[in-house]
Design a protein around this ligand. Sequence first.
Ligand code: NAD
Length: 331
Amino acid sequence: MRILAYHAQEYEVDAFENWAKNQGIEVVIDHGLLTVDTVEKAKGFDGITTQQVIPVKDEEIYIKLNEYGITQIASRTAGVDMFDLKLAKKYGITITNVPRYSPNAIAELAVSHAMSLLRNVKHINTAMKDGNFKWEKRVISKEIRSCTVGVVGTGQIGLTAAKLFKGLGAKVIGYDIFKNPNAEGVLEYKEDLNDLLKESDIISLHLPLTDDTYHLINRDNIRMIKEGAIIINTGRGALVDIEALIEELESGHIKAAGIDVLECETLYVNQEVEPDKLKDSPVPKLMDMDNVILTGHFAFFTETAVDNLVSTALDNVKHEQETGEVVNAMN
Ligand code: NAD
């Protein structure tokens, strides 16, 4: 069996090589994306995997893959919005995904941001750069065991974050449209999101972006949030109206924010970017604020998560080749 890996990143190479060695299967690494110009490289392979940052919507790509006998594109991502699922199906190609790669990766960054902001680490650092090493009242902090953490979205990642916060000694409350049966003993559910907002010292968002969750934290309900609370968003940028959040951070009503995802993130995610490109976005302002930690969609980026993304995608191809059955199909 031979598998072609499109758009392989340097940080994935070890994972590809380990899987290939363990399985005794040839994996050929290609650093380019799957496009009309590169689809021909798939000729002679039994399966392909890719991690697209540009869409694969051109019919010609699916026509050619079908000609070469490729029946699956194994995406090394959870979301498969880069593909045209109907077109793929028309040409007998299943798009598969990696539904779960490491909830801990994301949950740990949420906890890490929350703890750094609770302890005013950025403020202390800035003062130290100016030669001020004094124990000033403005940087004295609470301890997490005296805090209530509100987890919004208690699925795989939210529940993992809840367990980590509880392990640190926090009281954890949660809100979700579906209650997770595994949350018993970890968190106490609130029936109303507003109750969670009013009671939490730290609010951590772990929801998908849908019509219902777009600007879940908005100009109206942000005022209900407890004075001095910290907001953490590792879910999706558009869960939060960022302009409203910036206003509340500037007024001091919200103490701090840990932001891994922003609505405008396609401008910069996994790229080298000239500062000019970001000048009309909220990024420069957020980076300058001592009460904000901004990470550009790095929450998933751990060795374990990358290893799981690569190996599950390759397993998806192998499984189909060996059994004729497709797992993790998205169309
Ligand atoms: P999940 O499906 O296991 O959990 C999501 C939870 O949100 C579910 O329990 C669901 O019932 C709940 N939910 C959905 N709509 C809701 C609503 N309107 N109100 C209240 N609750 C609602 O998903 P997950 O794997 O835990 O992922 C959570 C989020 O993390 C997703 O948005 C995902 O895109 C994001 N994520 C971010 C990164 C990153 O690197 N920053 C990486 C992976 C996932």
